[in-house]
Design a protein around this ligand. Structure first.
Ligand code: C2E
Ligand code: MG
Ligand code: MG
Ligand code: MG
Length: 290
């Protein structure tokens, strides 16, 4: 009986695996279709100067309007795209969409623009074509490259300690774009990556931000990160700011910029542009509301 049951369990396990493989294949084919039709879109989440709460830039975040599953977030298709190699095409499309959008925010005559943060997978960075793709989009749009920030996660960087990645980062920086270390503090060797990689900005992970109001040790830790950043001439952005208390703590600590639901959710391009044009502090407190 035990043997029969074991066999039954094995069959069920096997059919679940099969289901998974089928779903994956379907998703992969649908993603190919979406890439061929250029139907992936980008939402833009404001990043604010903490003192004024005015917009400093936006992070571009990929979304996939799937025909039957609804609007999908990156967690449900970026890992797949990385496995299948579709990430190169996907990342190239996101890069072009985001930079073409950002150039409309650029105000060369006033010298008053805002930056766009673009997430880059390490699979893109390793490939030969990425530096070229960035060079092309800079040339085609004429955007001031200082307004382009490429966000790379440290775990990704350290899992791929090949010289290729480091060299490509240097080539990118030579084009005038900035490099941000995303989700800083979540990897196992954050300090090594700061030493080894050409980094301009660190994005302090939301797991730090969320603990600022309850943990004195965490406040001291963040202060330490800021000191490290200052020492190396690196700017900092706090991610995942959801509450006013966190905002105030960050200000006290001397963090310059923040991003999170407190200020704004990720927005469609037209709403992001309207906010940028209005140039008001985010969010409006009741007193400031017109
Ligand atoms: P990330 O680069 O760390 O982006 C920040 C994520 O935190 C976004 O999730 C954003 O919507 C979310 N977030 C913003 N404010 C808050 C907050 O106050 N609280 C909380 N809990 N979350 C907040 P999203 O859009 O789901 O993106 C997830 C991740 O997917 C990104 O993390 C990034 O690593 C990756 N990703 C997004 N777009 C792209 C892309 O075009 N290419 C690549 N390679 N990866 C992307
Ligand atoms: Mg990011
Ligand atoms: Mg992040
Ligand atoms: Mg993240």
């Amino acid at each position: 009986a035990a043997k029969a049951e074991g066999k039954h369990r094995w069959c069920r396990y096997h059919s679940e695996l099969l289901d998974q493989a089928v779903r994956r294949a379907e998703l992969r084919a649908a993603l190919d279709e979406a890439l061929a039709h250029g139907s992936l879109t980008v939402l833009y989440q404001p990043i604010v100067h903490l003192h004024s709460r005015r917009i400093a830039g936006f992070e571009a975040l990929a979304r996939w309007p799937h025909p039957t599953l609804g609007l999908l977030g990156p967690d449900s298709f970026i890992p797949l795209a990385e496995e299948t190699g579709q990430i190169r095409e996907l990342g190239g499309q996101m890069l072009r969409l985001a930079v073409r959008q950002a150039v409309t925010w650029d105000a060369p005559r006033t010298g008053h623009g805002c930056f766009v943060g673009i997430n880059v997978s390490v699979h893109q960075l390793r490939g030969e074509g990425f530096v070229e793709a960035v060079r092309d989009v800079l040339a085609q749009t004429g955007i001031d490259p200082r307004y382009v920030v490429l966000e790379v996660t440290e775990t990704a960087l350290l899992d791929h300690e090949d010289v290729g990645v480091r060299e490509h980062l240097r080539d990118l920086r030579a084009l005038g774009v900035a490099i941000a270390l995303d989700d800083f503090g979540t990897g196992y060797a954050s300090l090594i990556s700061l030493h080894d990689m050409p980094i301009d900005i660190i994005k302090i992970d939301k797991s730090f931000t969320s603990r600022l109001t309850t943990s004195d040790r965490m406040r001291r830790l963040v202060r330490g990160l800021l000191t490290i950043g200052d020492t190396l001439g690196i700017g900092t952005i706090a991610e995942g700011v959801e509450e006013w208390d966190q905002h105030e703590r960050l200000l006290e600590l001397g963090v310059r910029a923040g991003q999170g639901y407190l200020y704004s959710r990720p927005l469609p391009a037209d709403e992001a542009s309207a906010l940028w044009a209005a140039s008001r502090p985010l969010p409006l407190t009741d007193r400031e509301r017109p």
